[in-house]
Design a protein around this ligand. Structure first.
Ligand code: ATR
Length: 263
């Protein structure tokens, strides 16, 4: 039986096992997908299990997407560019680090029928997933990307990689067409985002990477002000879909039941 894992810390709330095991069962594959709580010092030994084929694939979540990189034999171009790995597998005896968050975000935004081309996009947060979001936005033809993070030097680190980024102070509201909450604010139904809605205007696109809760205060308020909203559910499903397809060489279906699994 093949074995797959998602590693992170914390990990108990990860819905990846639910999604992958659903597809595994549906496709009659002899495999199991578990979650494993790891600390930084455990990473090397967990990844060595890929090499000896005791584990056949690993998904990596916070806060290890960058930390796993030194243990990879090769990085895909997406992983290299984003310096972020969320999917690991063995290919020709080599441990490959890949990133499916980039296409996950791109497909998630397209699913909501929003066209990023020539739009001004404002990103809140500078955590692990933001480099993937920036790459996807550039690919989709965003005109300008503005970023704001409570800890400014993290935005500055991103600007070293993505020179075209514009950094603004945390709490300021620039002119934008689309705003993305990539902070963890909202996970606990708290309200730490200070957007000036008089400046925002009407009919903008509010996107939250968070999908549990389904509607954060950020999205609720955006709706009240008459904006279009979307949560991170489809991004999550698409990144898993791509990892599954790579590992099992078989593309699962994203049907209503799949989507309902995460509600
Ligand atoms: P990591 O930073 O380890 O990659 P993350 O969950 O991907 O973790 O990122 C958390 C993001 O949410 C960060 O941008 C963080 O801001 P800091 O860099 O200043 O820590 C942001 N964040 C979390 N709680 C916040 C809060 N109460 N106010 C503002 N930003 C917050």
């Amino acid at each position: 039986m093949k074995k797959y894992l998602v590693i992170g810390n914390p990990i108990e709330h990860s819905l990846s096992p639910k999604l992958h095991n659903y597809w595994i069962k549906k496709k009659n594959i002899n495999a199991v997908y578990d979650k494993k709580l790891v600390n930084e010092e455990d990473i090397e030994s967990v990844i060595s299990e890929i090499k000896n084929e005791k584990i056949n694939g690993i998904n990596v979540t916070l806060p290890f997407k960058k930390l796993v990189i030194p243990f990879m034999d090769e990085l895909s171009s997406e992983a290299k560019e984003s310096q972020s790995v969320n999917t690991i597998y063995l290919q020709n005896g080599k441990v490959i680090g890949h990133n499916t968050d980039i296409s996950g975000f791109e497909l998630g935004v397209k699913y909501s029928k929003y066209d990023v081309k020539n739009k001004i996009v404002f990103i809140l947060g500078a955590g692990g997933v933001v480099s993937s979001i920036i790459i996807a936005l550039k690919k989709m033809g965003a005109a300008k990307i503005i970023i704001s993070n409570r800890t400014k030097n993290k935005s500055e680190d991103l600007k070293k990689i993505f020179k075209e980024l514009e950094i603004i102070e945390w709490g300021n509201t620039p002119n934008f067409d689309m705003v993305i909450n990539a902070t963890s604010i909202g996970l606990k139904n708290e309200d730490g985002i200070k957007l000036d809605y008089n400046v925002v205007g009407l009919g903008k696109f509010f996107y939250d990477v968070i999908y549990n809760p389904r509607e954060t205060i950020f999205l609720k308020r955006a709706k009240l002000f008459g904006n279009k909203t979307e949560n991170g559910k489809m991004m999550f499903i698409y990144q898993a879909h791509q990892a599954f397809t790579i590992w099992h060489k078989s593309m699962p279906e994203i049907d209503e039941e799949t989507k309902n699994l995460l509600d």
